[in-house]
Design a protein around this ligand. Structure first.
Ligand code: GLC
Ligand code: CA
Length: 516
């Protein structure tokens, strides 16, 4: 287990939208290097960088054309090497994004695999044995190659699935078992990719769709076994590097597959969503627990998170995030005060938290934008970082119509420079709570966690982290509940919280971090 994960707070960088160093309208690695001090100063000591590999960008880089080459629009492999060095100079860490489940259909492996003549990469992807074989339960691309067969896709149509085999082989004519030498070679090929970047100096990977490798593997037994093999390599050759999964099943991802951390994703109706993101599609109302409406329930989160946390805490971390590049930013339905309360809660929970670029200033979810590079509804969360009030909000010198995506030009659009200067800004709130977290081991990844008060449809939510207690009343209503601890110090508060005579009283929209 890489020790540094314990007190890390991640900052997610969407490279194309973060900082453009050369005025071509698109963010790049040199731009990111120029902002490392900013990230470090905010208190984030680790970075997750979305894919920067060469790609035709049908899915914003999750369609890799060449795993061994930085996309020219972001720079060169030398720039990446320099980035790793600059990150380390500041005592920070950086995870790249590993896309192991599929490639672009322009990847050289696929170009070779789709040849009609049998060759050593014929089985690198999953092909049926003739174009007339197209069982409807599989997502296949049919009749578009010279090779006589259809191939399985893993996500969008341009992302053919790499072949790690089938756990249950139901069509022996074309489905290979997981121990077929060609399937084993696929896993080795991905390990080679990992070694290449780890040797260059990256500190590990966020793993895209980590649960998607083996097909017909409902319990993910064979998929987990592949990752356990990868973890063995990591423990042996890269013990200080980390693997974090996009899986959202901590017991499988951490305990079985060996990931050091797993994301608590926004699956509709799950604990994280009902707490932080839930929108009732039937009534059209915002019913998350963290909305000031006050009509939500924290119990879905508690009932789901606590057993998962208890089952995995000795082996790894669960990652809460403010947002990522696949979801609407929380500012879509929360105002600034709600965001402050949400983010303070996220940064006082256990595990390894992630802050999505721009969330620290409450950047807007620009729902009005049309899709860019396979973003669709996700596009509105991928717009250029707003650094200042200057040209293109300081993101780029390019003409506005040359930008990767338009900058938010609304009158009250937030920017870093203004918020830095305002002590009460969202930026400064986030910065303070991160600093408090990092300077107190009890508030970091491994610190104890215990729920002290959580009731269905009731407020507040109170939990203990070592000798700290965090209490949060996101609703607009004042609340009081029994509370038998004596408070030594109010370490950080929003709104108003008092503890007296065995009762905690919280004004509407309050958060308090207390020492007991
Ligand atoms: C993950 C990524 C998403 C991408 C998909 C396919 O969910 O986060 O952005 O489109 O995988 O690679
Ligand atoms: Ca650029």
């Amino acid at each position: 287990m890489p020790k540094w994960l314990e007190n890390s707070v991640f900052y997610q960088v969407y490279p194309q939208s973060f900082c453009d160093s050369n005025g071509d309208g698109i963010g790049d690695i040199q731009g990111l290097i120029s902002k490392l001090d900013y990230i470090n100063d905010l208190g984030c000591n680790a970075i997750w960088l979305n894919p920067v590999y060469d790609s035709p960008f049908m899915d914003a880089g999750y369609d890799v054309r060449d795993y061994y080459k930085i996309a020219p629009r972001y720079g060169t492999n030398d720039d990446a090497k320099q980035l790793f060095e600059e990150v380390h100079k500041r005592g920070m860490k950086l995870l790249m994004d590993l896309v192991p489940g599929h490639t672009s259909d322009t990847n050289g492996w696929f170009t070779q695999s789709k040849q009609p003549q049998k060759n050593e990469l014929s089985n690198r992807y999953i092909w049926t044995n003739s174009v007339w074989e197209a069982p409807p339960q599989y997502r296949l691309q049919c009749g578009i190659t010279d090779r006589d067969g259809n191939y399985l896709v893993n996500y969008f149509s341009s992302q053919p699935a790499l072949n790690y085999g089938f756990y249950e082989v139901t069509h022996p004519a074309w489905q290979l078992p997981v121990n077929h030498p060609d399937c084993l070679r696929t896993a080795e090929a991905i390990k080679d990719v990992m070694r290449f970047w780890l040797d260059m100096g990256c500190d590990g990977f966020r793993v895209d769709m980590a649960d998607s490798l083996v097909k017909n593997d409902d319990e993910k037994i064979a998929t987990a076994a592949i990752w356990a093999g990868v973890r063995e390599m990591m423990d042996k050759d890269y013990p200080d590097c980390a693997l974090i999964s996009e899986w959202c099943h901590p017991i499988r991802a951490i305990n079985k597959a060996g990931f050091h951390a797993d994301f608590y994703l926004d699956h509709r109706g799950n604990g994280y969503s009902t707490a932080f993101r839930y929108y009732n599609y039937d009534t059209g109302k915002q019913e998350s627990f963290f909305s000031k409406e006050g009509s939500g329930s924290i119990m879905k989160l508690v009932d789901e998170f606590v057993p998962n946390y208890e089952a995995t805490k000795d082996n790894g971390y669960i990652s809460f995030f403010t947002c990522n590049h696949d979801n609407p930013r929380m500012s879509a339905w929360y105002d600034e005060l709600e965001l402050k309360i949400n983010f303070c809660t996220i940064f006082t929970l256990p595990g390894v938290p992630f802050l999505y670029y721009g969330d620290e200033i409450g950047m807007r979810y620009m729902s009005e934008l049309t899709s860019k590079e396979g973003g669709f509804s996700r596009t509105g969360s991928r717009t250029p970082m707003q650094w200042s009030k200057g040209k293109n909000k300081g993101f780029s010198d390019a003409d506005p119509d040359k930008l990767y995506l338009p900058v938010d030009t609304k009158e009250n659009a937030p920017d870093v420079e203004s918020q830095m200067a305002d002590e009460n800004s969202l930026y400064n709130t986030v910065k303070k709570i991160i600093a408090i977290r990092k300077s107190n081991p009890e508030l970091c990844g491994n610190g104890d966690f215990e729920v002290l008060y959580a009731e269905d449809k009731k407020y507040p939510f109170i939990f203990r982290r070592g000798a700290f207690v965090a209490a949060v009343n996101p609703s607009a209503k004042d609340v009081s509940v029994a509370f038998d601890k004596a408070v030594k110090e109010y370490v950080f508060t929003i709104g108003e919280t008092t503890v007296e005579n065995g009762t905690i009283t919280m004004k509407g929209q309050s958060y308090a971090l207390m020492k007991i």
